[in-house]
Design a protein around this ligand. Structure first.
Ligand code: SF4
Length: 313
């Protein structure tokens, strides 16, 4: 049996930055530091940060007045920002800059009196945050569509002042299909040149497609609530190979490997690299398999600066 690793996998620049923000704020202020929602969707990362003193909460009302709160990489709504202000919280914003860019688009469209359509998954915190950035006081509305049926059933007030944005971690192919149906139904719709799916999601999806061509099983390391990790598993399955999403090597069911000769491994944008290394070691020790190709992750050349006050020097 051989192991192949996706050359683009694991932490993205937004996740690196978000985790570093929590670590630095803890270093500077000590525990407790409150974090609204899992800072990134990964069980191992969240447990590590809990061990350092981070306290994860879902609602601002669970943060005591005047304390420190960090917003997760998924971003927050205007209501959350207002509630934080009212409670005099000291806010550190770990929203990924690529999510903030989508927020800025939504705010711009609302101020221009446009209605806005967000392509995304209901109940995902990024979607809640982005929908909640739309300023309805200018008279428009924001709508969520998850699929082509939603587009066909959508009723808008003014189709000549309509725009769309997308969640950053969607399937590229599915999103293109939804965008095409939006453009057919609303020919005057405004939107980004391609979509708002981030470079990290795009690169990991391209990489897992290639991996699926070479392997007969693809293991994706990532947590069940991680949108981009779920998309990697789906893409591998659609390419015709078995695929499983696992938090770590502990979740591996060895029956999955029976009869397999090429095992592909990738990891979502919020999954730490040490989990990949542990899975590789386990497979090498148990099955004496070799590692084919590049072991190190590709450098994607993207880096996001920490907020002021947390930068070194
Ligand atoms: Fe930012 Fe994309 Fe990473 Fe999400 S997956 S944190 S949008 S770079």
């Amino acid at each position: 049996m051989q192991i192949r690793l996706a050359n683009t996998r694991g932490f993205c620049a937004g996740v690196d930055r978000a985790i570093e923000i929590v670590r630095k704020v803890l270093e500077q202020n000590g525990s407790p530091v409150y974090v609204k929602h899992e800072v990134v969707h990964n069980k191992t990362v969240v447990n590590e940060l809990k061990g350092l003193g981070a306290v994860f909460v879902e609602e601002i009302e669970d943060v005591p007045t005047g304390e420190i709160v960090i917003y997760s990489a998924h971003g927050v709504s205007k209501v959350v920002q207002k509630d934080s202000e009212e409670k005099h919280l000291e806010v550190y914003d770990a929203t990924c800059p690529l999510v903030s860019k989508v927020h800025a688009e939504v705010i711009k469209y609302s101020k221009l009196g446009y209605e806005c359509i967000l392509i995304g998954h209901q109940n995902h915190p990024e979607v809640e945050g982005t929908m909640g950035q739309f300023d309805a006081s200018f008279g428009g509305s924001i709508y969520l569509v998850e699929n082509v049926d939603d587009v066909n059933n959508l009723e808008v007030n003014n189709s000549s002042k309509l725009a769309y944005v997308t969640q950053t971690t969607l399937s590229i192919d599915d999103t293109q299909t939804i965008m095409d149906s939006l453009k057919r139904r609303f020919p005057d719709i405004h939107g980004p040149k391609t979509n708002d799916i981030c470079y990290a999601t795009q690169n990991r999806q391209d990489s897992v497609k290639q991996l699926a061509l070479e392997c007969d099983i693809v293991l994706v390391i990532g947590s069940i609530n991680s949108s981009n990790s779920n998309r990697l598993k789906e893409i591998a399955e659609r390419s015709g190979v078995e695929s499983y999403l696992i938090d770590s090597s502990e979740d591996l069911d060895h029956k999955w490997l029976e009869g397999k000769t090429e095992v592909g491994i990738t990891s979502g944008a919020s999954a730490p690299e040490h989990l990949v290394k542990e899975l590789v070691s386990l497979l090498q020790d148990k099955y004496n398999c070799s590692l084919f190709g590049e072991e190190e992750r590709a450098d994607e050349g993207i880096f996001f600066r920490l907020p002021k006050g947390l930068r070194n020097g």
